[in-house]
Write a protein that binds this ligand. Structure first.
Ligand code: CP3
Length: 350
């Protein structure tokens, strides 16, 4: 069977499906003991993603355990900061820490924007290895962060709860912010194009912090850059998934996106989302990860709630609303995937 007819790609095109396809954000990660073991052996997360053989093995771990309909390259949205000469470190219980921040035009002028993609070549090598290993069994997702979401980290320097520095720049130095976003966009297009050329079947843009921007600001500082990325890579004909949290207040804006799929968190139902965006997209999501801490019966109930909320299910890829967290028992994820395979045929258009 050609990959073009794979369940996930049919769902993206809103064609009939025999069951709802599923994959899980952060499906390779700390909730899996085999991940922790390999990470400790390698000496940390960055050592895993920088070693294509290990990154490939980690990517495949969840597919060996569960019946998943997609693989996603084991990497991070922040690796492109290395192109800016910023060193990236992930500290246990703290998250990403960047060796420097960019907060003014002068900071940006010091960066060599003639980017050397050899620095992140490990991502493309991992993609190539995965394409061989997967042998077209499931599609491979390649990804980037949205320019806005990556900019929040480059400005703040680490994970923040209040985003005070980036919001201050949004208010007081729009010119610098736009030059930074333009520069990140240029790097991101090139990085995603290289992943496509290494074999990825589907692309994804994570706009985790797009929800900080409202209305016109959202269009001006996030959405237009996503559409620029989409139009630059359109000729490759690879579907694009756009992920955002808290989309509720910006459905009319989101409708202006050119992407194929929108991934949403659990702050809104899929039917409300579809109504607000004119049924334009295939939707990915949107089970609350906390449900995976409840009984198997409750998990089944919540899966049915999502499926029955969408009329005539196609154009739906099942996923969580956010990434799976380290406190989830892998057995609960197996329950979710098995329950979905059992009940979703009742709700899909064949
Ligand atoms: O989903 C996958 O399995 C693919 C790999 C992937 C990772 N991060 C691996 C990772 C993907 C697609 C990402 C995306 C990412 N990275 C996002 C957008 C999605 C989201 O979660 O909202 C963001 C904001 C980041 C930046 C990032 N990476 C943070 C803030 C952190 C620390 C906090 C956390 O959630 O762990 C990371 C670390 C990270 N990225 C881990 C993994 C598996 C954990 C690393 C570890 O083992 O310590």
């Amino acid at each position: 069977m050609s990959l073009d007819n794979h369940l996930l790609l049919r769902a993206i095109r809103k064609e009939p499906v025999e069951r709802t396809p599923v994959w899980i954000m952060r499906q390779a990660g700390r909730y899996l003991p085999e991940y922790i073991k390999l990470k400790n052996q390698a000496g940390g997360f960055m050592n895993l993603i920088k070693n294509p053989e290990l990154a490939c093995e980690i990517t495949l771990q969840p597919l060996e355990r569960f019946n998943l309909d997609s693989a996603i390259i084991f990497s991070d949205i922040l690796v492109i900061t290395e192109l800016f000469g910023i060193e990236l470190e992930f500290i246990e219980k703290v998250g990403p820490v960047l060796s420097k921040t960019l907060r003014t035009e002068d900071d940006l002028k010091k960066i060599n924007t003639d980017f050397d993609f050899e620095k992140v070549d490990y991502v493309y090598k991992t993609a190539k290895l995965l394409k061989t290993e997967l042998n077209n069994k499931v599609p491979l997702i390649g990804f980037i962060g949205s320019p806005w979401t990556v900019a929040t980290y480059i400005i703040e320097g680490n994970s923040t709860k209040n985003f005070s520095k980036v919001l201050n720049i949004l208010k007081n130095d729009k010119i610098f912010l736009k030059s930074l976003l333009d520069t990140i966009t240029k790097a991101s297009i090139n990085h995603l194009e290289r992943q496509i050329k290494s074999g990825v079947d589907v692309t994804m843009v994570f706009d985790t912090w797009g929800g900080l921007l409202e209305g016109d600001l959202y269009e001006e500082f996030s959405l237009q850059y996503i559409n620029a990325i989409h139009s630059s890579l359109k000729s490759y004909k690879k579907p694009m998934i756009y992920y955002i949290r808290n989309p509720y207040t910006k459905l009319v804006n989101i409708q202006k996106l050119d992407v194929d799929v929108v991934g949403i968190d659990s702050s809104i139902t899929i039917s409300e989302f579809n109504k607000g965006t004119g049924d334009k997209f295939c939707v990915q999501g949107n089970l609350d990860v906390e449900i995976l801490k409840l009984s198997n019966n409750k998990i089944e109930e919540e899966v049915i709630k999502i499926l029955s909320n969408i009329n005539n299910t196609t154009g739906h890829i099942f996923n969580l609303g956010t990434g799976i967290t380290p406190d989830i028992d892998p057995a609960k994820l197996k329950t979710l995937i098995d329950v979905l395979a059992k009940v979703s045929p009742r709700y899909t258009i064949k």
